[in-house]
Design a binder for this molecule. Structure first.
Ligand code: NAP
Length: 515
């Protein structure tokens, strides 16, 4: 079993009692009592916190930790006191105590802990190693050093991942040894390891009661792990999907796809994958994933800034490119079928659908319509391809003019620099930049003075559902189309590609509009 563990990291006994009750209410399966947070730490106080856990969380196992300041502890408690707290926890029947491996191998601490554990107790020893800077040099060697230093010890190995491509050591370790351990990466790029550890039967994954209560960077809340990432349904057979992008924290794709997987009773979980960098970083990530089929990744959504990298990658690997994605030159969906990859673009049809429904016209109504497309990235490519197919009169405005020129050349349309937007004459404006997207919601790509009642505005940004651009346009009386409409359609199509089944679009809409 992989416990969903909540750290109780507070300064006083009273706060500990409150937090323990809150942890139980959120569905914690194990409590980590971080006694190093207690301001007036004493053996007596630590025992009172253990008693509180037994009283308010009966039946829940506990890990008692008194983390050394040098290794991520909060207060500078002396080694003698920390050791006494831990040995007292053993005598009090804690299921687990957590001792830093580096300290355990020092005779002064290790001998006292070993002695306490030798007295017929059921307490298990977790020996932990943290690296807050970078990866461990040789994590497998370190794992075995830790595992062999004390019979039955459970190694805990945790490091900060600055890039998602640094996470694979920890996944290899878990898959390679299948031993009992706690292993994950901190920070946002390491997020997937906190979910995947359940597939490999890791002992715990940590989660906080609320977002402000996280004890480590990148730690999710219990609610997120349980409700959003389908914690209870994850097992060795679970298939994984994810959205590759940067930034990615704002994405509603995990909520939408996981809700639909749950509704259809599918053993699939969808996670955010923060892949920073350019083509080479994208390629390295995909190589890392595909060389480890045991991870169980079967498909990806692809967003900013990777849609063009995605199609290049699939081509390079000899995969199948859907003709529409080929024509667009960008892919937002990759399907993994054994060693065979295929790339699709579900944005194009979704965008044209959103526009025609929003304007109350059919595709023929777009013929000769003057349209200003702002942006020239992967999303813009899909929109321009669809509009060009409908024979609209397109002008592309982009910050980087060279990129606009390139896109305009591919689809035989006009282009200009974003600075010349003040000369805009088009009847429909489509924003395909990320300007106005969460968290920068106070920005708009179009000066409000340029908007007039007869112009229709479609913003492909969907977080928030009404961007500042759409708000300005609505106030002026323009017809507006939200990125939510496009998002829903492209996500529904992706779901069909992922599962061969149709999603409940109303479930998707509910998530998008109520977040
Ligand atoms: P991308 O390939 O990275 O392209 C980003 C575009 O935004 C480029 O044209 C870039 O200009 C421009 N841009 C970014 N920051 C800018 C700034 N501060 N000032 C001026 N221009 C800026 O990303 P993408 O995949 O096309 O996505 C772009 C947006 O479309 C995102 O917000 C995404 O959520 C949205 N989208 C929505 C849907 C949907 O279903 N609703 C689908 C696809 C995309 P440069 O070329 O000068 O860098």
């Amino acid at each position: 079993m992989t416990y969903l563990a909540v750290p109780i990291a507070v300064k006083t006994l009273q706060e500990a009692e409150e937090q323990i009750q809150a942890a139980v209410a959120t569905g914690a399966e194990l409590l980590e009592l971080r006694t190093d947070y207690l301001v007036h730490l004493s053996v007596d106080l630590a025992l009172k916190v253990i008693d509180a856990a037994r009283q308010f969380a009966p039946g829940l196992p506990i890990i008692v930790t008194c983390r050394d300041y040098q290794q991520g502890g909060t207060l500078r408690h002396p080694n003698g006191l920390r050791t006494n707290v831990l040995t007292a926890a053993v005598r009090a029947g804690a299921e687990f105590i957590d001792v830093e491996y580096e300290n355990f191998i020092s005779v002064a601490i290790g001998s006292k802990i070993s002695l306490a554990l030798s007295t017929g107790t059921e307490t298990r020893l977790i020996l932990s190693a943290h690296n807050f800077q970078t990866k461990f040099k040789n994590i497998t060697k370190h794992y075995w050093e830790i595992a062999n230093v004390f019979s039955g010890a459970i190694p805990k190995l945790v490091y900060s991942a600055h890039h998602i491509n640094e996470c694979f050591d920890i996944l290899d370790l878990q898959h390679g040894t299948m031993g009992e351990m706690i292993a994950f990466c901190m920070d946002e790029p390491g997020f997937m390891t906190r979910v995947l550890t359940k597939k490999f039967n890791g002992l715990v994954s940590f989660a906080s009661i609320g977002e402000k209560m996280a004890t480590a960077p990148g730690q999710p809340t219990v609610e997120q792990l349980r409700d959003l990432y389908r914690w209870d349904s994850i097992n060795a057979q679970t298939e994984f999907y994810g959205v590759i992008g940067d930034p990615i924290a704002h994405s509603l794709s995990p909520a939408v796809h996981n809700a639909c997987f749950a509704e259809r009773g599918l053993n699939k979980v969808y996670v955010p994958l923060l892949v920073a960098g350019e083509q080479s970083d994208f390629n390295a990530f995909m190589d890392n994933i595909l060389s480890r089929p045991w991870l169980g990744f079967k498909g990806f959504s692809v967003t900013i800034p990777h849609k063009e990298y995605a199609i290049n990658y699939v081509k390079e690997k000899g995969g199948v490119i859907d003709p529409l994605a080929e024509r667009i030159g960008a892919a937002n969906t990759i399907i993994v079928n054994g060693s065979q990859l295929s790339a699709y673009n579900t944005d194009c049809i979704a965008a044209i659908d959103a526009i025609t429904v929003g304007l109350g016209i059919d595709k023929a109504g777009l013929r000769e319509m003057p349209v200003a497309v702002i942006g020239a990235g992967g999303g813009a490519r899909a929109v321009v391809a669809g509009l060009a197919d409908a024979e609209a009169k397109i002008k592309i405005y982009n910050r980087t003019v060279e990129r606009a020129k390139h896109l305009a050349h591919d689809f035989k349309c006009d282009y200009a620099s974003l600075d010349s937007l003040h000369k805009l004459k088009e009847k429909l404006i489509v924003n395909c930049t990320s300007i106005g997207m969460h968290p920068h919601i106070d920005a708009s790509p179009v000066d409000v003075k340029l908007l007039q009642k007869h112009i229709a505005v479609f913003d492909t940004v969907y977080t928030p559902p009404e961007t500042l651009l759409l708000k300005h346009a609505r106030e002026i009386g323009c017809k507006t189309i939200s990125g939510v409409d496009m998002f829903l359609k492209q996500a529904a199509e992706q779901f069909r590609l992922f599962t061969g089944q149709s999603p409940n679009v109303e479930t998707m809409r509910g998530i998008l509009t109520h977040k």
